[in-house]
Each structure stands twice: as structure tokens, then as C-alpha cells.
Design a protein around this ligand. Structure first.
Ligand SMILES: Cc1cc2nc3c(=O)[nH]c(=O)nc-3n(C[C@H](O)[C@H](O)[C@H](O)COP(=O)(O)O)c2cc1C
Length: 313
């Protein structure tokens, strides 16, 4: 076997860390590594039950298809780890601040934690300080305690919960075992309808989807109540994309006055049109602030001419 130690692997220096695709409110994150799919199934089950974020920790060099070649590689990588050389992994995370509980799953290799997850914990140990960590593993028959000790070694400042091990005979009861374990941890499905997410809107423009955060006022709420909504936005003055809701949106009691900047979503009361500003506009008492396109999502509205868009919750 060649190139298996990982010592000399070139790690591209492109992204400092990846952000996890958020689906839930971000209380839980499931991180897993998996070669033949068993641990991945458990990880997906956890993420489905909790409706939470999930991220695979992947090696830079793909796993060998051939089982014997894989056994060789794994034992070489484990020996290298014992000498302080970790295999290169393609996954890194900027931080775990928003997560209350982080699930970490891996297969058992030679009684130990699979090497990609060891490398991940080695690289992220300081970021996991003070975090609550729930370990889960799959194996043919071996136990989890050696790998749990390895995890504690990497992250002495983390708090470890009760673990879950599914051996090949236990995988058949995966659903009930996972559900019972999560109950014991007090982990439950993330609520989707909290105040913040209820003001979130997805806007799809062609192939791209951006998000906006709406205001908590009567006009914005009237708009939210009409979603999903597909409309043609026309260009106005080379600064706004506009459309005319029909019937007009209620403005009764809404705060007046706006100073539009790129990203502002406002209602122009005299005409009743909704305007998404991709450039700054003039301040006006006839503008009612309705919300704002998040981040740099406003870029998608800079295309010239009209745009077909879909707004949805
Ligand atoms: C390199 C390697 C070493 C393994 N060592 C063990 C072991 O020591 N004890 C055990 O019970 N199973 C062992 N297995 C079996 C895996 O732990 C088991 O198939 C696991 O569910 C695989 O998870 P995955 O499908 O997520 O990759 C090993 C598998 C591989 C590939």
C-alpha cells in the first residue's frame, strides 16, 4: 500500500472552516465519519429525530474499497497517530458556539476510534472546550470504552454524556435504540416556529436561494401570511426590484419612514408596491420598512431587467 500514512498529504488551504448547513435552530450538531455507511445511518437517524444539523468528517484520501487494503491503512494510520501524526481530513468547522450538544459518531477500528474522527477531534479540541459531547459508534462487536477514553483525551474540557454503541447485531434495533438514547440525554426535536424563524423568508431566484428576515410589523406580517408567493419583480430606477401585491398589503398602524440601503425590503405606500433595494435610495416618510435580505443575498437581485422569484417560509 502506498500513500497511506497521510504525513505527506497536501491539504488545500482554501477554506478556513466550513459552515454547517443549518436546518434546525442550531442547538444540536451531528458530526460523523463512516466508511461503509453504518455510522452514517445512525447519524442520519439522530438528525432526523432532532431535525438538526449534520456534517460528515471526511478523509482527504478516500477510503479503500478493498477491505484488506482498508485494514492495512487503518492500522498504519492508528500507529501514526500514536506517534503524533494524524491523517489529513477534508472537514473543519469554524466553531461550535451555537450548539448546546454535539453528537460525534464513528466506526470502531481495531477497538479504537476511526482515524478521521481522531484527526478531527485533535484539530478541534480547543473549540470543543466546555461543550457537551455525545459519542456514538458502530462496530462488529467491540465496545466503545477505549474510543470514549480517546475522545476524553482529546477534549478534557468537554463534558461527555452517556454513549451509544450499536454492534452489527444491534443495528436492526437502531431506531428504538437511538430514540431511547436521545430521550435519556434530554435531547428533543428542535422547534421550528420560534419568533426568529417565523420572521424568516426564503427567496428563490432561478437556481439560487437567499433568505430575508422580516420586521415584526403589520405590513410585513400581512406579506408573510400570503406565502408562498411567486411573482415577477420588475426593475425600478436601476436601484430596486419591485412588485405590486394584490390586494394591497395592510399598512394600518405600521411604522412610517425608511432610509433604504442595499438589502432593504420596503413598501412604498403611495403606490402599494414592495421594493427590494439593491442600491441605497432616498429616505422617505412614505416608505414602510418590511425587512432585509440576509448577508450578501442582495447580490441575486442585481441582475438587470425583471426576475421571477418565489417567496416562501
Ligand atoms: C479498518 C477496520 C477495523 C475494524 N475493527 C473492528 C474492531 O476492532 N472491532 C469490531 O467490532 N469491528 C471492527 N470493524 C468493523 C466496523 O467497526 C463496523 O463494520 C462498523 O459498523 C463500520 O462502520 P461504518 O459503516 O460507518 O464504516 C472494523 C472495520 C474496519 C474497516
Amino acid at each position: 500500500a502506498c500513500g497511506s500514512s497521510g504525513d505527506d498529504s497536501f491539504v488545500p488551504d482554501e477554506e478556513p472552516g466550513m459552515s454547517v448547513d443549518s436546518v434546525g435552530n442550531g442547538r444540536y450538531l451531528v458530526l460523523y465519519s463512516s466508511r461503509s455507511g453504518n455510522t452514517e445511518k445512525v447519524a442520519r437517524q439522530i438528525s432526523t429525530i432532532l431535525h438538526c444539523d449534520i456534517l460528515e468528517v471526511e478523509p482527504v484520501t478516500a477510503y479503500e474499497e478493498d477491505y484488506n487494503a482498508m485494514l492495512d491503512r487503518a492500522s498504519e494510520e492508528l500507529a501514526a497517530i500514536d506517534r503524533g501524526n494524524y491523517p489529513a481530513i477534508a472537514t473543519s468547522v469554524d466553531g461550535f458556539d451555537k450548539y448546546d450538544l454535539i453528537f460525534i459518531g464513528y466506526p470502531i477500528w481495531y477497538g479504537r476510534m476511526a482515524t478521521p474522527m481522531q484527526a478531527f477531534l485533535h484539530e478541534h479540541a480547543s473549540k470543543l472546550e466546555g461543550k457537551r459531547v455525545a459519542l456514538f459508534a458502530t462496530s462488529g462487536s467491540s465496545g466503545i470504552s477505549t474510543s470514549a477514553n480517546e475522545a476524553r483525551g482529546f477534549c478534557p474540557q468537554a463534558t461527555f454524556t452517556e454513549t451509544l454503541l450499536l454492534t452489527s447485531s444491534g443495528l436492526a434495533q437502531m431506531e428504538s435504540r437511538v430514540a431511547t438514547w436521545l430521550e435519556g440525554l434530554g435531547a428533543n426535536r428542535e422547534e421550528e416556529e420560534d419568533e426568529v424563524s417565523s420572521l424568516k423568508v426564503k427567496i428563490t431566484v432561478g437556481e439560487r436561494t437567499v433568505t430575508a428576515t422580516m420586521e415584526d410589523n403589520v405590513t410585513a406580517k400581512a406579506f408573510l401570511a400570503r406565502l408562498p408567493l411567486e411573482v415577477e419583480l420588475s426593475d425600478y430606477a436601476g436601484a430596486e426590484k419591485i412588485f405590486y401585491p394584490s390586494p394591497k398589503l395592510s399598512t394600518e398602524g405600521a411604522p412610517r419612514g425608511g432610509n433604504p440601503t442595499a438589502g432593504s425590503i420596503m413598501l412604498y405606500e403611495p403606490w402599494g408596491n414592495v421594493a427590494i433595494f439593491y442600491k441605497s435610495g432616498s429616505a422617505s416618510n412614505s416608505l414602510i420598512p418590511m425587512g432585509r435580505v440576509d448577508g450578501d443575498g442582495i447580490e441575486v437581485f442585481r441582475e438587470s431587467g425583471s426576475l421571477r422569484v418565489k417567496f416562501e417560509r
